[in-house]
Ligand binder design. Structure first.
Ligand code: G3I
Length: 315
């Protein structure tokens, strides 16, 4: 039987999954991870706390393990992420920085990490989650110390280090049009006008049944295409209030189907990645009490209605 990756490839798209290092000892898990998908994202292994745990001291163990596993299975890698306000090392968050010093730290981090993975990754989420819900800049250490120009700088440094990687800005709650998504649209316009190397916008798509489906997804993907940008659904899951009932699982399946159709309808929507594939390793239950069952396979690694809906949309 064909895999999701096979089906997606017929449309010129990829179908990917996130994974995380502790899960890689689970052989039933890695068997499906290695066969069903053609794109892999490290869920944590390439984040700043993991790759530069002490200033200027780099550790590629976690990221390399996932890149090597992906290579062994002829899978590409969406690398995640160079600049994010979360999961930063203590040496960076535990003090105040002058603009000059933080700029040098940021530049060194981006150049060193992107050079290490140069030629080995398909794309980079260069800056992750830069905006607030109302479309204002998130007041991260980078924004507060360096101003909004840190985003263009980060893209330029990433491009210098790995000229062939596709460079993305990535965020959640930007699937529908609205203030946060509009902020990306405007920023992307500005960056393109200034010749800053930006290739795509990543829509994380961490959806929740109780908040409603982002009905303007396709229209939103289309406007970014018109700017000459790729788009991707980068961290898809559809959580629900537990317990999962047959009805909720059917609605979840419809959402997975609709999201996939929206991506296929827009030429420059290049692929879809689920934020891990089985409920066994989903981040949701630990972050949202009483919620879960967000992925296309259940905790016993059995396919759910959402999996069959994905096949259906890709068929
Ligand atoms: O490494 C420690 C371990 O030593 C400790 O024993 C354990 C106890 O809680 O925690 C481990 O750290 C956890 C880390 O994942 C690695 O497993 C953190 O507590 C946990 O908070 C962290 O969660 C990650 C989350 O980002 C942090 O915000 C999730 O795994 C990861 O899937 C999630 O991914 C993010 C994307 O990067 C960006 N978009 C949103 C998405 C979901 O939050």
């Amino acid at each position: 039987q064909s895999t999701l990756a096979d089906l997606a490839r017929r449309h010129g798209r990829y179908f990917g999954s996130a994974t995380d290092n502790p899960e890689l000892t689970d052989t039933a898990y890695t068997a499906l991870l290695g066969s069903e998908f053609d794109m892999i994202t490290p869920g944590n292994g390439m984040k700043w706390y993991a790759t530069e745990p002490r200033q200027g001291v780099f550790d590629w163990t976690a990221g390399d393990q996932i890149v090597n596993l992906a290579r062994a299975h002829h899978q590409k890698v969406r690398a995640h992420t160079l600049v994010w306000h979360s999961q930063l090392p203590d040496w960076l968050t535990g003090r105040t920085w002058s603009a000059d010093d933080l700029r040098a730290v940021l530049k060194n981090h981006i150049l060193t990490e992107a050079r290490h993975y140069r030629g080995k990754v398909y794309s980079w989420d260069v800056v992750n989650e830069a905006f607030n819900e109302d479309g204002t800049y998130r007041e991260t250490v980078f924004y507060k110390t360096l101003g909004p120009g840190y985003i263009a700088d980060a893209l330029r440094w990433a491009h210098q280090a790995d000229p062939h990687a596709k460079l993305y800005l990535n965020d959640y709650n930007i699937e529908a049009t609205g203030p946060k998504s509009d902020a990306y649209y405007r920023l992307a316009q500005e960056l393109k006008a200034q010749g800053v190397p930006l290739d795509g916008i990543g829509l994380q798509a961490h959806l929740a049944l109780q908040y409603g489906y982002p009905a303007t997804l396709e229209e939103n993907l289309r406007r970014f295409s018109r700017l000459g940008l790729d788009t991707a659904l980068t961290e898809v899951d559809v959580r629900m209030l537990l317990p999962a009932t047959e009805e909720k699982l059917a609605e979840q399946a419809d959402w997975y189907r609709d999201m996939t159709r929206a991506c296929l309808a827009v030429r420059r929507c290049v692929g879809i990645t689920v934020w891990d594939w089985t409920d066994k390793y989903s981040w949701i239950p630990a972050f949202f009490e009483g919620q879960g069952a967000a992925l296309p396979w259940d905790e016993q690694l059995r396919p759910k209605p959402a999996y069959f809906a994905l096949r259906d949309a890709l068929a």
